[in-house]
Ligand binder design. Structure first.
Ligand code: PLP
Length: 392
């Protein structure tokens, strides 16, 4: 069966060039990057080359790059590292109601340990108002952590304005840029952040590798203790192959952004969106009207259970996802969509389509052939769907 994959915000395939760059580091170039002999020096050189490529993508110095095990660790290191780590957390943190669980649950843990947390709301388009961030500031605010692009809707947050607010108040600013990287340009100076998270597997590098950018002079308490790896900010023998893969992916992402490839991806995304909105009644785009990354669209299909539509489409060869998280057997509506004001039924009826570099217009046509008829079939089975009373 033909299979088309439109779930690149969950994970992207490793690009052939990335795999090729990594391969020697699983076999002949196996040295520990901390060893002083030749084998160690060749892997050390590869790690430092990758650090330079990631730094070039972010517009920072290589020494400001800390390799981690992924986006989750980078987010946790930012939140706990900056607030001094548990159990003696005190002070105040500002975050939003639409963060990824890697930030959200880290902030909830801080909160349960006595640290005050302000959860800044979003508007109906899924955007934080920078004035709300400004109003939330307190004399003991230690950190503002607001994501750059949301993983479910692709909506971009006003990070540059928040960076200015943080600078004026002399407060540290972290942004989770896991879903923004390789889709829009990233410049840590323009953003004005002290900390920024990336994840390899969202940019066509492997799973299990990530980065925390740490602005020079920012003091972080490490989460892992051991050797003096990563300038004592993250102990543990480096995942050399993963780092090399991430370095190559960062290099390719930069070239692709410079070439303007994302405009083509945006056109494919727009085609998906427009066709569905035109051909399927009772649908709409969550986050419409806000600036969004070009690969993502989140669409509600009223009168349908999103999970049922994901399964029905998967049975016909199309992989997409819902924003819903499955917890203890119950389908919880997405915290992101409900924070935007969607009622639970509409949040549960929403699907995310996210494109990657490997997708093409033929795959988009394949998907657009399947979707309207699959939705119609499911609605026919729905007890709440009545064709006569449908309104957009
Ligand atoms: N932050 C965001 C916005 C994400 O989308 C993800 C992954 O879905 C993460 C953090 C976590 O990254 P990782 O899977 O590398 O731990």
């Amino acid at each position: 069966m033909r299979r088309v994959y439109f779930d690149n915000n969950a994970s992207t395939p490793v690009l052939p060039e990335v795999l090729q760059a990594m391969q020697p580091y699983f076999s002949e170039r196996f040295g520990n990057a901390s060893s002083i002999h030749h084998r160690g020096q060749e892997t050390r050189a590869a790690v430092e080359r990758a650090r330079e490529s990631v730094a070039a993508l972010l517009g920072c110095r290589p020494s400001e790059i800390v390799f981690t095990s992924g986006g989750t660790e980078a987010d946790n290191l930012a939140v706990f590292g900056l607030t001094g780590a548990l159990p003696h957390a005190d002070g105040h943190v500002i975050t939003s109601t639409i963060e990824h669980h890697a930030v959200m649950n880290a902030c909830k843990l801080l909160e349960s340990a006595g640290c005050a947390v302000t959860w800044v709301p979003v508007d109906g388009r899924g955007q934080v108002d920078p004035d709300d961030v400004r109003r939330a500031l307190r004399p003991n605010t230690k950190l503002i952590t607001i994501m750059m692009a949301n993983n479910e809707t692709g909506v971009l947050q006003p990070v540059e304005e928040i960076g200015k607010i943080a600078a004026e108040a002399d407060v540290h600013f972290h942004t989770d840029a896991v879903q923004a990287a390789a889709k829009v340009g990233l410049d840590v100076k323009r953003i004005g952040c002290h900390l920024l998270s990336l994840s390899g597997h969202k940019i066509h590098a492997p799973q299990g590798i990530g980065v925390l950018y740490v602005r020079k002079g920012t003091i972080l308490r490490p989460m892992l203790y051991g050797g003096s790896h990563e300038r004592s900010r993250r102990a543990g023998t480096e995942n050399v192959a993963g780092i090399v893969g991430l370095g190559k992916a960062a290099e390719l992402a930069k070239q692709s952004l410079d070439r303007g490839d994302m405009d083509d991806m945006g056109a494919l995304r727009d085609k998906i969106e427009q066709t569905i909105l035109n051909e399927v009644e009772a649908t709409g785009v969550n986050g419409a009207g806000a600036a969004r990354v070009p690969n993502t669209t989140n669409i509600y299909f009223d009168y349908i259970e999103g999970e049922a539509l994901v399964i029905a489409l998967d049975l016909r060869g199309l992989a997409v996802s819902t924003g819903a998280a499955c917890s203890s057997g119950a389908i919880e509506p997405s915290h992101v969509l409900t924070a935007m004001g969607l009622r639970p039924e509409r949040a549960r009826a929403s699907l995310r389509f996210s494109l990657g570099k490997q997708n093409n217009s033929d795959e988009v046509s394949f998907a657009l052939n399947l979707i309207p008829e699959t939705v119609t079939r499911l609605r026919e089975l729905s007890p709440v769907y009545n064709k006569q009373t449908v309104s957009k």
